[in-house]
Design a protein around this ligand. Structure first.
Ligand code: LMR
Length: 409
């Protein structure tokens, strides 16, 4: 008898199980549109040249050691990335009302944020969009939140935002709820509110005194422009909300496995910051003590060097424009083949993902018969497409849609 005997098997993590199934597949023309990671035109992962450059310099720098970083991370990193997201002229920075905490990528930032909200501020209910990134729920629940609620977001019929539904659900939120908002390039739908719609959403958040958590994993990656993709965050901060912003540098720096993230905390009373920081310090000390240095040093090095910063912005533009090209290529091919349905949403959505509207049956058909891997929800990673496979994928989608026609909505 073992103390472990009664452990139940947990469900697989869909996105990683899909990567494994893809890797194990021996079919030569297989295509992975699952996990959200950038691929070049040749279908290969991309270590950004500016990252390699920084890494070489860092490796040669004899002054850098492997001593522990402070619990809240590398100051030069947190200051640079906080400025990057809030903007050079942010009133919150000017008034010393904002600070950053280095975290283990966006997921780590979400977890530290959720720990603080639940343990220090006593929040127990959180709202996620329907649908959302599947990990939001697990992260918040593991951090001590009891109740997960959803707000309507995606309207299947119009393949766009259900603004009225979203506002209504947030208006019905119980007091002291946290609402997770995707700051740009909503995952999985690739559909963002317009500035006018954000204004209405912010009005309800204010009226109901909800606590907004802004999740930003794609700054720069979505539109190719860092300021553009930070619009929502700056709007909320400049409107005076207290908030926490969860930044990831997985996609825009291509630092997926380095786990580089930052949690920006914006408060109205700067005098509270010393105490707030001390509680964050205890939360992190109790979880992983202090963060790793490598990825944060790379980002800090690039952002604190004007020439490298510009090089990085060019790399972001390369990635963003390749995604846009692939959106057009996929839509064109589907329309050329006369694939049943409308496909304009593929080019109107933004960011890494497209929410295709494919049903679960069609998705299974794509995986099993065509070796095209995508999430059950119909989400595809646009970066998995390139000039050599886009026609193949479009034909496969055509076949799936024809074999399993969609019910009229
Ligand atoms: C994704 O959504 O595919 C990525 O953010 C990877 C992940 O951790 O789910």
């Amino acid at each position: 008898m073992s103390v472990f005997s009664n452990v139940q098997q947990g469900p697989p993590i869909e996105v990683f199980a899909l990567t494994k199934a893809f890797t194990d597949d021996t079919f030569p023309n297989k295509v992975n549109l699952g996990v959200g990671a950038y691929r070049t035109e040749n279908g290969q992962p991309w270590v950004l040249p500016v990252v390699k450059k920084a890494e070489k310099i860092i490796a040669e720098d004899e002054t850098l050691t492997k001593e522990y970083l402070p619990v809240l991370g590398l100051d030069s990193f947190t200051a640079a990335v906080t400025k990057m997201v809030l903007g050079d002229d942010s009133p919150a920075i000017r008034e010393n009302r904002a600070f950053g905490i280095q975290c283990l990528s966006g997921t780590g930032a979400l977890r530290v944020c959720a720990e603080f909200l639940s343990r220090q501020l006593g929040y127990k209910t959180f709202y996620i969009s329907s649908p959302t990134w599947e990990n939001h729920t697990l992260v918040f629940k593991n951090a001590g939140f009891h109740e997960v609620r959803t707000y309507r977001y995606w309207c299947e019929k119009k393949r766009g935002l259900d603004l009225e539904g979203m506002l209504q659900d947030l208006r019905n939120a119980p007091e002291r709820s946290v609402v997770i908002l995707h700051a740009c390039a909503h995952n999985p739908t690739g559909c963002d509110p317009t500035p006018e719609q954000w204004e209405k959403i912010a009005d309800v958040v204010q009226e109901k005194q909800l606590f907004p958590v802004l999740d930003t994993a794609y700054q720069g990656f979505a539109s190719g422009d860092l300021d553009n993709d930070a619009y929502t965050i700056r709007y909320f901060v400049n409107r005076g909300f207290e908030t926490m912003i969860c930044q990831s540098f997985a996609k825009n720096f291509g630092l997926y496995n380095e786990r580089v993230g930052n949690l920006v905390c914006v408060v109205n009373n700067p005098c509270a910051i010393v105490n707030v920081k001390s509680q964050f310090t205890l939360i992190i000390r109790g979880m992983y003590s202090n963060p790793p240095s490598h990825g944060a040093r790379v980002v800090s090095f690039v952002l604190n060097n004007a020439q490298l910063y510009d090089e990085w912005k060019e790399a972001i533009k390369t990635m963003a424009s390749r995604v846009v090209n692939m959106r057009h290529a996929l839509r064109d091919a589907l329309e050329r083949f006369g694939t049943p349905g409308t496909w304009n949403h593929i080019t109107s959505q933004i960011g890494m993902f497209s929410y295709t509207g494919l049903t679960e049956e069609q998705v299974l058909h794509l995986i099993q018969n065509h070796h095209v891997y995508l999430l059950r929800s119909g989400r595809i990673n646009m970066c998995g497409l390139n000039a050599s496979n886009v026609e193949y994928v479009a034909k496969a989608i055509h076949d799936a849609v024809t074999a399993y026609p969609r019910q009229k909505l």
